[in-house]
Design a protein around this ligand. Structure first.
Ligand SMILES: *[C@@H]1O[C@H](CO)[C@@H](O)[C@H](O)[C@H]1NC(C)=O
Ligand SMILES: *[C@@H]1O[C@H](CO)[C@@H](O)[C@H](O)[C@H]1NC(C)=O
Length: 297
C-alpha cells in the first residue's frame, strides 16, 4: 500500500516536460490540458513556443528567451494579456485566440516592440488600447465583445496593414476609423451580417484585398467593383449571392457556396474569365435546375 502511494506521488510530482525539435527549434507542449502555468524546461534557444490547448490561466512571468519569434497560447484559460517582457527582444508573432482575455494591458503590449502579428480572436475584449506599436502590421480581433464600430486608433492604427473583424462585432467600420488606418491593405469582415458592401470602403484607396465571406450579401450593384477600382482580390464565399457584378479588373475572386444562377446573371463572370486576368475558385450553380450543381469553370 505504502509502495503504491509512493509510486503515485512520484508520478504526480514528475515535472511536465515538453517536446523540443532541435532543427526547427520549436518547443511544444500541446493538447493535453496538463499545463496550468508556463513550463520551466523551454530551451533558451527556442524560436517557436507552442502551448496551445492547455489550461494556462495566467502568464505573469515568462522565461528569458532572446531568440523566440513566435508564441502560441491558443485555447487556454487566460483572463489577462500575458506578460512576455522576457521574450520581447525578438517576438514577432503572438497567437492568443480562444481565451478569456477581457483587455489588452497597455504596458504589456507596448513592451513587445518587435511584434508584427497579433491574433487575439475569440476572447472577451471590450476595447482596444491606442498605443504606438512600431511594427504591428497584422491585427486579428474578430469574435470579441467590441459591439460598436471599430474604434478610431490613430497610434495603434498607424502601421496596420491587415485587419480582421467579425462576429459578434455588430458594426463593421466607419470612415473615421478607416482614415486612422493609412496603410491598411487587407480588410476581412467575416460574419458581420453585412447585407451590402459598406460604402466607406470606397473612401480608402489603399485597400487591395477585401474578404467578406460568411455575410448576408444577396445582390450587388453591377458596377460595384468598377467604383471600388482599387480592390484587386475579393472573397465573397458563403454569402447569398445569385448574381455577379462586373469583376473584369479583379485578379482573384472567391465565390464558393453561393446560390448562383447559371444564366445571363453570370455573364460578367464569363467576360472576366475570357478577357480579364482573374483567378477564380470553384463556382457551382443551384439553378437552372437542369444543370444542378454544375461547375461552370
Ligand atoms: C524574467 O526572467 C527573469 C530571469 O529568468 C525572472 O527572474 C523574471 O521573473 C522574469 N520576469 C518576467 C516578467 O517574466
Ligand atoms: C521592426 O521591423 C523591422 C523590419 O522588419 C526591423 O528591422 C526592426 O528591428 C523591427 N523593430 C523592432 C523594435 O524590433
Amino acid at each position: 500500500m505504502m509502495m503504491i502511494i509512493l509510486l503515485l506521488a512520484t508520478i504526480l510530482a514528475k515535472p511536465v516536460v515538453g517536446d523540443y525539435n532541435d532543427i526547427t527549434r520549436e518547443y511544444s507542449h500541446i493538447d493535453d490540458n496538463q499545463l496550468s502555468t508556463i513550463p520551466t524546461d523551454i530551451p533558451s534557444a527556442a524560436l517557436v513556443v507552442t502551448l496551445n490547448s492547455n489550461a494556462i490561466t495566467n502568464v505573469d512571468s515568462f522565461p528569458e528567451l532572446l531568440h523566440v519569434k513566435t508564441i502560441k497560447l491558443q485555447n487556454n484559460l487566460l483572463t489577462e494579456f500575458p506578460d512576455l517582457k522576457n521574450a520581447s527582444a525578438s517576438l514577432n508573432s503572438l497567437f492568443l485566440d480562444n481565451n478569456l482575455i477581457t483587455r489588452i494591458t497597455e504596458d504589456r503590449l507596448s513592451a513587445l516592440q518587435a511584434l508584427n502579428w497579433l491574433s487575439i480572436s475569440n476572447n472577451k475584449l471590450t476595447s482596444l488600447p491606442d498605443i504606438d506599436m512600431p511594427n504591428l502590421s497584422n491585427l486579428l480581433i474578430d469574435g470579441n465583445e467590441l459591439m460598436e464600430y471599430f474604434p478610431v486608433l490613430p497610434l495603434l492604427g498607424r502601421r496596420i496593414r491587415y485587419l480582421k473583424l467579425g462576429y459578434p462585432m455588430m458594426k463593421p467600420i466607419t470612415a473615421e476609423s478607416l482614415k486612422a488606418l493609412p496603410l491598411l491593405r487587407g480588410l476581412r469582415m467575416e460574419r458581420c451580417g453585412l447585407k451590402e458592401i459598406p460604402p466607406v470602403i470606397g473612401s480608402s484607396p489603399q485597400i487591395k484585398k477585401l474578404f467578406l465571406n460568411k455575410n448576408n450579401l444577396h445582390e450587388l450593384p453591377g458596377d460595384l467593383f468598377i467604383s471600388l477600382s482599387q480592390i484587386l482580390d475579393v472573397d465573397l464565399s458563403n454569402n447569398d449571392l445569385e448574381n455577379v457584378p462586373d469583376v473584369c479588373h479583379l485578379k482573384k475572386f472567391c465565390l464558393k457556396n453561393n446560390p448562383l444562377h447559371c444564366d445571363k446573371r453570370l455573364l460578367p463572370l464569363k467576360v472576366a474569365l475570357i478577357f480579364g486576368t482573374i483567378v477564380l475558385d470553384d463556382v457551382t450553380c443551384v439553378a437552372p435546375p437542369a444543370l444542378g450543381w454544375k461547375n461552370i469553370c
